[in-house]
Design a protein around this ligand. Structure first.
Ligand code: NI
Length: 169
């Protein structure tokens, strides 16, 4: 089922998600729906707060459904190691038409749980590292617009306000 993606400034996007404690069929259904929603919007990552669910759940697929091995379910994640720096363009499904360069660590290692509650660690570089950081930010109520330089952030906030006034947001 394709879910509705909420846009900034919907309050759920700025709240830290609740940790998942029960690994139920309901969680499995949420994850399935999140993948379907993400693929329908051509995204590479989607966090539960973006579909209005304030939980620490995110799905990522940097191959956009081309490689099943790239399909990642990440629950209760934390970044346990970061190294280097990258400065590349990012977008976010909760900010349609906004793309901007954001500073991120070049490499990260995450620790997270899978759908069965089993803990695992995983390394990410380049695009995957960026996706990990962007999506885990969502679970902390942090949005990429607040990772931009002050000037770019203000410019994009003005652009959003104008689109809201014009009924395009
Ligand atoms: Ni996002």
């Amino acid at each position: 089922m394709i879910l509705k993606i909420v846009k900034y400034p919907e309050p759920v996007l700025s709240q830290p998600g609740e940790p998942v404690t029960e690994f139920t069929n309901e969680l499995r259904k949420l994850v399935d729906d999140m993948f379907e929603t993400m693929y329908a919007s051509q995204g590479i990552g989607l966090a539960a707060p973006q579909v209005g669910v304030s939980k620490r759940v995110t799905v990522i697929d940097v191959s956009q459904a081309k490689d099943p091995a790239k399909k990642l379910i990440i629950i209760n994640p934390e970044i346990i190691f970061r190294e280097g720096r990258q400065y590349e363009e990012e977008g976010c499904l909760s900010f349609p038409d906004i793309r901007e360069k954001v500073v991120r660590a070049a490499k990260v290692r995450i620790r997270a749980q899978d759908l069965h509650g089993k803990w695992f660690e995983m390394d990410g570089e380049e695009l995957l590292s960026r996706a990990f950081q962007h999506e885990i930010d969502h679970l902390d109520g942090m949005l990429f617009i607040f990772r931009m330089s002050g000037l770019k952030r203000d410019l994009n906030l003005r652009k959003i306000r104008k689109m809201q006034r014009d009924g395009e947001w």
